[in-house]
Structure formats: C-alpha cells, structure tokens
Unconditional design. Sequence first.
Length: 128
Amino acid sequence: MPDQNVMLMIDHIAHEVLMWIGFGTVVGLSAKGLMPGRDPGGAVGTMLMGVVGSLIGCSMLLLFDTSFKVTPISPIGFVAGTAGAFLLLFFFRLLSNSYVVEAVDGKVTGAPGTAVTTYYRRRNRRAA
C-alpha cells in the first residue's frame, strides 16, 4: 500500500495541473476574443498560449510589484494572464508576418540605379 503522504502529494499535483489547464484555456480564449482577426491554433494551441501567457503576465506583475498575491484563480491573476496571452498572441502574429506584407510598386528590372518603391499594407486574409 502506498504511503498516505505520497498519495496526497500526487492528488495536489493533479489538482494544480488541471487548474492551470482550465485557467489557461479561459485566459487563451479571452485573449483571442480581445484580439481582432483570425487566430492561429486550435484548442491545444489556445490552452498552451493561455498557460504560457499566464506565466508571463503573472511573473511580470510580480517583477514590478511583489505586494500582490498572484494565483491563477484570482481577478488580478486573470487580468495579468490575459494581458500576457494577448502580448504573446500579438508577437506571434507580428513575427509570423500576418500583419504586414511587403509589396513592390513599379517594375523591377535589376538595373543599377533603378528606383523601387516599397510599401507595407495589411495582409488580406481572404486571398489565397
């Protein structure tokens, strides 16, 4: 028969993991709801983005002010987690080049001294 303390520790770890998974899903969904446009990832991506965003947001909050008691299931933890997941989603979109595309206006002849105008515009998601 296993030791009672080991069983309590396993029960506590399982509770914490399930709490982070549930909280990460809610935080990821709220961050995706705040960010306009189509979002990458499915259910697992949303959950992972929420968990990582919660870790980022809550640790940044504790970095600046240690007087808060930040837990995943608290109003300030929810706000910090949503902000962290929002930033994570924003940087993912920015680095995956889904906000801007480079387009060339004019003829590119390759001749030296040819002026090429480059402008940036928002990517059209409907065009394939």
